[in-house]
Design a protein around this ligand. Structure first.
Ligand code: GRG
Length: 296
């Protein structure tokens, strides 16, 4: 008997999509070109995985999640900023993202750099100016989480080691550092921010952290796998980019089959971590299964 495929929470994705439009800076106040570049990268698709995760975690502790949308959208701003910079000629030099030409291809490198910078700053502006439905100590903790994950303590260092490891043989410890920092930190921050805003207890926050750490690892392993076996039309970016750049990835170090097994172990571990929560975690279990099964 074939088990049903995990369903992506499209209703949460729609909630995020609509809120991104609502919170986006007003068109007439800024130079057309920067508005156009930010708009292009933010609204050309994307699963909205990190804000969806943020909302699903928040919902475990507080059913009224609309009030957390500014933070969810801020996380998507940070993610989109990292994609714009990751695609730049100086980094991965990719020309296709989310099924459309990358920001620098459309608007030039100078404007793409600035669009990334603008989205990054805008993310903190959005939290500080609009996330006013939670108590201020929780909001400061959220700012701490996001800044930690996006900067040198997280994503930036992961990207640095990723660049340095290109064309080199790396051990699994280094590969783990790259994945957990480049991708894992923001995914973990998204989950933790949801739990913090919704008032989770400290022991529950620890369980959410373990869940998200394993989920983030699985997410990057499946990203590596899709770069080998995915379809450009479906994933919206060119496959084979890691091979072209001789990147250290799970398939390049362990082979495709072993990489798939490692993704499954990480997803199973993520689900086990949820077992300690005395709440309904079905939606998070479904999301974890989606991460393993995804083809986009
Ligand atoms: C920009 C903070 C910052 C630092 C510069 C460029 C960079 C350092 C870091 C890049 C981090 C990065 C792009 C990691 C890859 C993460 C990843 C798996 C991206 C794909 O995410 P999906 O599948 O994409 O969620 P969509 O398009 O669905 O949003």
């Amino acid at each position: 008997m074939r088990l049903a495929k995990a369903k992506y929470p499209d209703e949460k994705r729609k909630l995020v999509e609509d809120a991104l439009h609502r919170f986006f800076p007003e068109k007439d106040k800024y130079p057309d070109v920067i508005y156009g570049a930010m708009n292009h990268s933010l609204f050309s698709g994307g699963k909205r995985f990190r804000p969806v995760l943020n909302l699903l975690v928040a919902e475990v502790f507080d059913s009224d999640i609309d009030k957390f949308l500014p933070t969810a959208c801020a996380i998507e701003y940070i993610h989109t900023y990292s994609l714009i910079h990751d695609d730049l000629p100086a980094i991965d030099n990719d020309d296709l993202r989310r099924g459309t030409p990358t920001c620098h291809v459309m608007f030039g490198e100078d404007i793409a750099i600035l669009a990334g910078d603008a989205l990054f700053a805008e993310s903190f502006y959005l939290v500080a100016s609009t996330q006013n439905s939670a108590d201020s100590s929780r909001i400061i903790r959220v700012v701490n989480e996001l800044a930690f994950a996006a900067g040198v303590r997280g994503m930036v260092s992961g990207q640095v080691v990723d660049i340095q490891s290109s064309r080199k043989r790396v051990d699994s410890e280094t590969l783990h550092f790259i994945h957990s920092h480049k991708t894992g930190c923001l995914i973990t921050a998204a989950a933790r921010a949801g739990a913090i805003l919704a008032g989770a207890s400290s022991p529950d926050l620890d369980k959410v952290t373990e869940f998200a750490t394993q989920l983030g690892l699985a997410f990057q392993i499946t990203d590596d796998i899709l770069d080998v076996v995915g379809e450009t039309d479906v994933i919206g970016k060119r496959i084979g980019s890691d091979e072209r750049h001789k990147k250290a990835t799970f398939p390049s170090i362990f082979g495709l089959e072993e990489a798939k097994k490692k993704a499954k172990v990480a997803v199973d571990d993520a689900i086990v971590a949820l077992g300690g929560l005395e709440a309904d975690t079905k939606s998070l279990i479904e999301l974890a299964k989606f991460v393993y099964e995804r083809n986009y």
